[in-house]
Ligand binder design. Structure first.
Ligand SMILES: Cc1cc2nc3c(=O)[nH]c(=O)nc-3n(C[C@H](O)[C@H](O)[C@H](O)COP(=O)(O)OP(=O)(O)OC[C@H]3O[C@@H](n4cnc5c(N)ncnc54)[C@H](O)[C@@H]3O)c2cc1C
Length: 528
């Protein structure tokens, strides 16, 4: 069995760990990345999961949060200019809600166009929306720099906010629920439903304290950054990171399942794979492994630390995702302009129904009313399907573990739920019947099989609650990416700051590591 030595060994080739590796390689270090699967990307992959020629984003499809990260915003590593990453450029409506009464709401990146759409249903709401969204965009600019650097101490952050009027205004959102703010700010039930459902994408009940902050972030991002579709599929985002790592001499090995992290004298030394290969880390090891799983990898790992990690709370619910290969693009049952919306929300006009649906899935019950989302990415990026054909990404919020069941019971629940999901879509899409060529379902159970960072199907890796934010994520013990008692071991994944999603969060990890090792940040970071 062989042994190789690098400055940095990185476990897992998801978008977060690849990002950390790309920064470290750009800074001139020797780096290797070890991925247990036979392809890289983790939750940022595109596969022909139904039929040849149909490219489905199996998990992340809206690769958009990362646009606020200097990684993309300043093209710090050259992913856009040198390593082949391209976003689909479109001014098609961003988010749209289709209602059961035949009406709809379309929102654009362009705020004025959005306000024009909202004015068609309620003039006062249109005015309130403009004020709210303008303020949110300002905050997003301010907050996004902090999101992509090592997290600040929550108490210090709150103290800073408390020192100005603007800060105190923002603080209010960190305490209020999304529903409180939505219901106090807007009158029309359709707009309330549209926004409530968007907030639910954070996988926390919009009734919980702190979720108003999600509303600020979502609206701020929506009007600040354009489409999140990567040309050719999300996989191309991961591919660009790998191209960057390899360009700088780094290596990405697939089919390498790390089963053991070796330590000596309280310091990390190497990763060992199931095949017995050893990858020694001279400087540090970065693991895409959640802290509550570390005991499986490290002999004699402190049980007190495992217990501390287990206090971190998962998201409130998960999603069930069906990927369809279609004979022709979908035709939503609404005015023709809705066919080009990027993200479609199927909604009921009565806001109490969306509140009930989220309450059900939070409580572990199956949804009784239909509130699916659908995305037909091939309309905006024809390279994802054979000529004239189409892909469909159809999903619904569900309990991660249905009440009284086990996670693995999804194996038997998946087929009937998938049928319910497709059948319900017929009320919103005209041409589904006879249009389906192939389907691939993914329940929360399969998500964890795909990547252990989706524990029980937690797409965010961990709940995005106010106290699991910044230096509180996942718990104060692990928040700075370091593992107490084990020198030079760092954690990187959706369970760490800045949280779930394709955020390029590994940038902050690389920064933390380089700061600890007193390396020159100028070699990789344009801003810090
Ligand atoms: C259905 C679904 C839809 C989503 N939609 C979106 C979206 O539209 N937009 C968005 O921004 N985000 C979305 N997300 C979330 C996003 O996919 C994740 O937050 C993101 O992929 C996390 O990246 P990561 O690199 O931290 O972890 P992962 O992507 O989970 O990658 C971890 C990698 O490490 C590997 N690994 C783990 N353990 C080992 C080991 N011991 N040895 C070797 N390799 C190992 C895994 O195989 C995996 O490849 C979605 C997630 C799901 C499940």
């Amino acid at each position: 069995m062989g042994s190789q030595t690098y400055d940095f060994v990185v476990v897992g080739a998801g978008s977060n760990t690849l990002t950390a590796a790309a920064y470290l390689a750009t800074a001139g270090n020797s780096v290797c990345v070890l991925e247990r699967k036979d392809y890289w990307g983790g939750g940022c992959v595109t596969r022909e999961a139904t039929l040849p020629g149909f490219k489905h984003d199996l998990h992340a499809t809206n690769v958009f949060l990362v646009k606020a990260n200097p990684l993309i915003r300043c093209d710090e590593l050259g992913l856009l200019s040198r390593f082949g990453l391209k976003y689909v450029e479109t001014d098609d409506p961003y988010h749209g809600s289709l209602f059961d009464d035949g009406t709809g709401i379309r929102t654009y990146t362009d705020l004025e166009r959005t306000c024009g759409e909202i004015a068609k249903i309620n003039l006062a709401d249109s005015k309130a929306y403009r004020i709210f969204a303008q303020r949110a965009a300002k905050y997003v600019d301010l907050l996004s720099w902090g999101m992509f650097s090592p997290p600040s101490n929550p108490a210090t952050f709150l103290e800073i906010l408390n020192q100005s009027d603007e800060g105190r205004y923002l603080l209010g959102f960190m305490r209020a629920s999304a529903w409180q703010v939505i219901s106090e700010t807007f009158q029309d039930q359709r707009l309330q439903t549209h926004l409530y459902k968007m907030c639910g994408e954070m996988m926390v009940s919009p009734e919980k304290p702190g979720t108003a902050f999600a509303l600020v972030l979502i609206l701020g991002f929506s009007h600040r950054f354009t489409s999140g579709f990567v040309q050719g599929g999300s996989q191309k985002f991961s591919d660009a990171l790998v191209a960057c790592i390899e360009h700088h001499g780094g290596k990405v090995f697939t089919g390498q399942d790390v089963t053991c992290l070796r330590t000596a004298n309280g310091k990390i030394t190497a990763a060992e794979t199931a095949g017995g290969e050893v990858f020694e880390a001279k400087q540090a090891l970065i693991a895409g492994i959640a802290p509550w799983r570390l005991e499986k990898f490290i002999d004699g790992f402190d049980p007190g630390l495992t217990a501390a990690a287990q206090k971190a709370l998962p998201s409130d619910f998960g999603v069930f995702l069906s990927s369809y290969a279609l004979n022709e693009p979908v035709q939503p049952r609404y005015p023709v302009e809705y066919s080009r919306m990027q993200i479609n929300q199927c909604c009921h006009t009565d806001v109490s129904k969306v509140r009930k649906m989220f309450a059900e899935v939070t409580a572990g019950d199956m949804p009784s009313d239909y509130f699916a989302n659908f995305i037909c990415a091939s309309i905006h990026d024809p390279s994802r399907a054979p000529a004239g054909k189409a892909t469909l990404y159809l999903y619904h919020m569900v309990p991660m573990i249905p009440r009284g069941r086990r996670s693995e019971d999804w194996s038997e629940l998946a087929e009937p739920f998938g049928e319910w999901l497709l059948k319900g879509a017929n009320a919103y899409i005209d041409n589904l019947e006879g249009n389906v060529l192939g389907v691939h379902h993914e329940s929360p159970y399969e998500m964890e099989i795909c990547s252990p960072s989706f524990r029980n199907g937690d797409v965010m890796g961990l709940g995005t609650f106010a106290d699991q934010f910044l230096g509180g994520r996942p718990t104060s013990e692990f928040a700075q990416y370091r593992v107490p008692g084990i020198e030079r071991l760092y954690l990187c994944g959706p369970f760490m700051h800045p949280g779930g999603g394709v955020t390029g969060g590994g940038r902050a990890v690389a920064m933390r590591v380089m700061q600890d090792l007193e390396m020159d940040l100028d070699k990789a970071f344009a801003t810090y």
